[in-house]
Design a protein around this ligand. Structure first.
Ligand SMILES: CC(=O)N[C@H]1[C@@H](OP(=O)(O)OP(=O)(O)OC[C@H]2O[C@@H](n3ccc(=O)[nH]c3=O)[C@H](O)[C@@H]2O)O[C@H](CO)[C@@H](O)[C@@H]1O
Length: 362
């Protein structure tokens, strides 16, 4: 495809949940000249530089209380806005696309101050603080979950779903490297892009009963778990992180997972039923709101971490492993939540907004 002269700054940083949807959207804009805005020490420094020029700035988040810390953050934010303005002006960018989180605050403010259009994508059912505060300053707000629109009353928003990596939209590649027998039931345990130590501990205690019943377990532990080697069984595979998630989730009979928006979108696209354990310390408990959408649709069972005992988890999984009909219904319900062309829809929105703005300003 011929390269257009349109220059877009993508502001996405931190976790897989913010980066993967932004990368999937950027891939749909392959004719655009895209550069990236992130912070120096997060996942974007591993994922982005192979494809896009990465600009980094320092920016943090408000935890709600006013005090010396927030004065420091305000100063940092003002410095960050100044830096982003410079990047936008020097790079002659025509618009900003952001997936929320801390990095989006200076990006939205700087773009607005220069009269540039901003497209914000919010993947969570409970929009984050930056989205709630700054969405009226964006040209368009795109949502992963329709339910979020009622929480953004001053904003024109449109639900487009959340983009998934292109691997999820291709025919499943095989999982031969994991050597799981074809007929064996497979449970995948995942804790978001960083892993979930508390879930890992519960799972390691409950898992022997599932493994002895013939199930296989792929456990994505994250790289902060000091006890990863405590469980060993011929059917038990653990990895700190796994790349081929599309094939793994397509093969899985069900997943035990946190309830980040990225993971939930992938579970829907791969029609994977789940037991969801929302991360209890997520900002404003937003994972509970995400999980509630899946529970209401019949696609997942939800347990609060504080209420979930090893025995509950063990029995819940054993029951599901023996109830193929229930799993099939849940898989269908998960699939009904999927918006598979989300990246295309979002990229189209970006094009429309940038185009309208360029026409107006010419
Ligand atoms: C702890 C926290 O606050 N997490 C938030 C963070 O996402 P966070 O990155 O923690 O979680 P998400 O579920 O959104 O995304 C995880 C991503 O990592 C991928 N993955 C995971 C493990 C692995 O081994 N390999 C792999 O590729 C998953 O397939 C998924 O694409 O931002 C999301 C979007 O705002 C929020 O909904 C989450 O609540």
């Amino acid at each position: 495809m011929a390269l257009s002269s349109t220059r877009l700054l993508v502001a996405a940083s931190g976790t897989g949940g913010h980066l993967f949807p932004a990368i999937a959207t950027a891939e749909q804009l392959s004719d655009y000249q895209i550069e990236w805005l992130g912070v120096p020490d997060r996942l974007e420094t591993q994922l982005v530089p192979q494809k896009y020029l990465l600009h980094t700035i320092r920016v943090g988040g408000f935890q709600g209380r006013l005090g010396l810390g927030s004065v420091r953050l305000m100063t940092q934010l003002m410095r960050a806005v100044f830096q982003v303005r410079q990047i936008l002006q020097q790079g002659k960018f025509q618009g900003v696309f952001t997936t929320g989180g801390y990095i989006s605050a200076p990006a939205i403010i700087a773009a607005r101050s220069l009269g540039l259009p901003t497209i914000l994508h919010e993947s969570n059912a409970l929009p984050g603080k930056v989205t709630r505060w700054l969405s009226p300053w964006c040209t368009t707000v795109a949502l992963g979950f329709d339910t979020a629109s009622s929480l953004l009353p001053r904003t024109d928003s449109i639900c487009v779903g959340t983009p998934v990596r292109s691997q999820f939209l291709q025919a499943a590649s095989d999982l031969q490297e994991l050597a799981i027998p074809q007929e064996a039931p497979l449970v995948v345990v995942m804790g978001g892009s960083q892993g979930a130590v508390a879930v890992n501990q519960l799972v390691r205690q409950a898992a022997p009963a599932w493994l002895d019943a013939g199930a296989w377990l792929v456990h994505l532990t994250g790289d902060n778990d000091p006890e990863v080697d405590q469980l060993s069984h011929p059917h038990y595979i653990h990895r700190p992180f796994y790349d081929n998630m599309a094939a793994l989730l397509q093969r899985a009979d069900f997943a035990i997972s946190r309830a980040g928006a990225g993971t939930l979108t992938e579970l829907a696209v791969t029609r994977t039923p789940a037991i969801l354990i929302p991360y209890p310390f997520a900002a404003e408990d937003h994972q509970t709101y995400n999980a509630a959408v899946f529970a209401a649709a019949g696609a997942a069972l939800v347990s609060r971490q504080s209420d979930l005992t090893v025995t509950d988890l063990r029995d819940r999984v054993l029951t599901l492993l023996n109830d193929r009909e229930r799993l099939a219904q849940m898989a269908q319900a998960a699939g009904d939540l999927a918006i598979t062309d989300s990246a295309e829809r979002l990229a189209k929105l970006v094009r429309e907004v940038v185009q309208i703005h360029s026409t107006k300003s010419n």
